[in-house]
Design a protein around this ligand. Sequence first.
Ligand code: SAH
Length: 475
Amino acid sequence: MDHFPVFLALSGRRVLVAGGGDAAVAKLRLLLKTTARITVAAEAVDPLIEGWAAEGRVTLLRRFPEPGDALCCPIAYAAHEDDALDAAALRVMTADGALVNVVDDLARSQFITPAIVDRDPVTIAIGTEGTAPVLARMLKKDLEERLSPALGLLARIGARLRPAAEALPKGAPRRRFWSDWFEEVGPREATEAALEALLDDHLAADSRPGHVDLVGAGPGDPDLLTLAARKALHEADVVIHDALVPQAILELARREATILAAGKRGFGASTPQAEIDALLVEHAAKGAHVVRLKSGDPTVFGRLDEEIAALDAAAISWRVVPGITAASAATAALGQSQTKRGRNGSVRLVTAHDMAGFADQDWRGLAAPGAVAAIYMGKRAARWLQGRLMMHGADPATPVSVVENASQPGQRIVAATLATLPDAVRGVDGPAVLMLGLAPRGAEAASPAPHLGGNTSGEAEGRGQSPLPLEASEA
Ligand code: SAH
C-alpha cells in the first residue's frame, strides 16, 4: 500500500484550488461538501465558480497562486490541466507546506482523491492507487446502489442516542441493539422515536437469559451447512466446537464471537464431556447466545443428551439444528443410495466403540446379506469388526467402503471388502466412516459381491460411468 487512507479534519481549515476550469469545478464540487474554507486562485474562472464566490462559498483570487496563498492549507489542488502551470503552482503551494494533488497526474501528486460514496456522516472512500479509476467508479456505483440513501440519517440519529445506548452492557447486547437499528428498524422508520422505542425494547430484553443452539456443522464442506446453521453462527456470541469442525466453517461465525475448541477425538487428547457441559451452561448463564457446533448431525454420536440434560438442569433454553451426518456425505461420495429396493429396507448407524471400549452390536443383523450400515469411529476397530461379522456368517466378499474426510478437499475412498478391511484402513488418518454393504458405484461391477444376489429390484445401475476418483482400490 503506497497510499494510506485517512479522513482529514477540514473543519475551519483552508484548502486552495489553483485553476478555474472543468477540473477545478469537479474538485470544488467535492470540497464544497466539506466544512473547509476554500480559496480558488485563477486568472479566468468558470461561471459556476463565480456563482459560488458570489454566494460566499469560496474566496476568489483572480490571479495565479503566490507564495503564502497555501499557508495553513493541509491540502491544495493544482487543477489547471496544463503541465507548465500546474508545475509552477505545485512549487508555490508545496513551499507553503501544503500536500498537493496535481489533477490527473499521479506521479507528481502527494495524495489521491478517492472515489467517494457520500452518506454523510458515513463516507466510503475507494482508492486503487491510481491503477484503475474505472474500477473505483464501478465499485462506487455498486455501493451507491446497495446502500440506503437514509444511511446517513440513521447514523446521525444514532449519534444523538449513543450516550443513552450506553445503558446497555458493552459487547453483545450493545452490538445487537445497533445492528437491529441499522438493519431492521432504521430502514423501516428512520426517526428518533423509533430508535428510542428500540432502545427501550433492548433494555427490557437485556435481562433476557442466554440460549444454546446445538448445531450440526455437517461433514465439513461449508456448502453442506443448513441455512439455519449459518444464521445461528452469524448470531452467536460464543461458538463451542468439535475438533472435526474445519476452519472454513468457523470462519462463518461473527468476527467478534468467542470461539472455543472443545475437542474430543476417539482415542486422543480430549475435553471431558462434563467440562463441555459446564462451558455451555457458564456462557449461556451470562446471557450469551451460544452455538454448540458439532460435526455432522448433532443427534448422531454427538453426546447430545448429556448436554441437553445439563442445560435443562440449569433451566437454559436450547434448540437442535440438524446437520448432514457423515454417513450421508459418504454415501453421496460413493454415488450410491443408503436404501435400495430389493437390497436393504433399513440402514444402521453404528459406532464401533463407545465409552466402555469396542461396542457390541446386533452382529447377526449386520452380517446378513444386503445389510447396509455406516460404521462411525471404526478405523481402529476394523479387525475386531471383521472378526465379529465373519463369526456371525458375513461373506468375506461383502463390500466395505472406507470414506475418509467425506465432502472435504481431502476426501478419499478406499473400496475394500470385509476380507481386506483391516488393510484398507491402514494409512487412513482423517475421520472416516466405514460403509458396510456399499461399494462405490462402478466398482461394484468388478466385484464378485455374491452376497448382493438378492438384488431383484431391476433398478438401473448406470454401470461403467464411475463418478468416483478411486485413489486406492482394494476390491
Ligand atoms: N455427529 C457426527 C459424528 C460424530 S462421531 C456426524 O453426524 O457425522 C465422529 C465420527 O464421525 C468420526 O470418527 C468418523 O467416523 C465420522 N465422521 C465425521 N466427519 C466425517 C467425515 N467428514 N468423513 C468421514 N467420517 C466422518
